[in-house]
Design a protein around this ligand. Structure first.
Ligand SMILES: [Zn+2]
Ligand SMILES: [Zn+2]
Ligand SMILES: [Zn+2]
Length: 243
């Protein structure tokens, strides 16, 4: 829902710490002069401005929940500037849901105004994107499948409640693991702080970053209770990794 959460006046929503301002979860991968985003959130336009991205070369989707796809319409300026389509990569289920949610994009009728121009690519295993190897990491988000992604020694795994053993095998020897930790209280479709800490202890990444954090966690207060190698991620966090 983002933090501050609409209508809420809790201590975290009213915090003056900039780390407590959380837009919806997304990651920008910049390499070889290319910009690839994971998910287009309802905050995509603002996030792309904040990151000063001058081009968009691909979108990779984790799943089709509203907080991860609703910014898709805002890729249009990049279509116009780059005079072409933006390839999007997702599982077959996610592509089907995107087609339904954005039916107007795929409508055969001639458009009277600008439309997002996309080219759909189904993810059915590891794939190469502009020279980087992207390994999908399947997980469960309640009863729904979701994809995490590994590039080199970094993995991004948002919106999950369970990681199958076969996927844990793909998450070994990581320098950075970015993972869902919604809140302390159990949730049917998200990992809690305690569950994510257990996964971190099991997978042993050098660094772990919690994401998809709701207003139950204040940045400074929650960080103070975490082990040294586990931190809350925050808007604008950047780091470099070898690919
Ligand atoms: Zn609040
Ligand atoms: Zn979700
Ligand atoms: Zn989500």
């Amino acid at each position: 829902m983002g933090v501050p959460t609409l209508g809420c006046h809790c201590a975290v929503c009213e915090s003056t710490d900039p780390h407590d301002k959380r837009t919806r979860p997304s990651v920008l991968l910049s390499y070889g002069g290319r910009n690839v985003v994971i998910d287009t959130t309802p905050d995509f336009r603002y996030q792309a401005m904040r990151a000063h991205i001058g081009r968009l070369d691909a979108v990779v989707y984790t799943h089709a929940h509203a907080d991860h796809i609703l910014g898709l319409d805002d890729i249009r300026p990049f279509n116009l500037k780059q005079k072409g389509v933006v390839p999007i990569y997702a599982s077959a289920e996610t592509l089907a849901l995107i087609r339904r949610q954005f039916a107007y994009i795929f409508d055969e009728a001639p458009a009277e105004s600008t439309m997002p121009l996309v080219e759909l690519h189904e993810i059915d295993g590891p794939f190469d994107l502009y020279g980087a190897r992207i390994i999908p990491v399947p997980a469960m988000h309640g009863s729904q499948p979701v994809l995490g992604f590994r590039l080199g020694s970094v993995a991004y795994l948002t919106d999950f409640s369970r990681v199958p053993e076969s996927s844990k095998a793909l998450l070994q020897n990581l320098d950075h693991l970015i993972l869902d930790a919604l809140r302390y209280v159990p949730h049917p479709t998200h990992s809690t702080v305690e569950q994510s800490l257990a996964l971190v202890r099991e997978l042993k990444p050098k660094h772990a970053w919690f994401t998809h954090i709701c207003h139950d966690l204040g940045h400074a207060e929650a960080n103070a209770r975490l082990p040294e190698n586990v931190r809350l991620a925050y808007d604008g966090l950047q780091f470099e990794v070898p690919l």
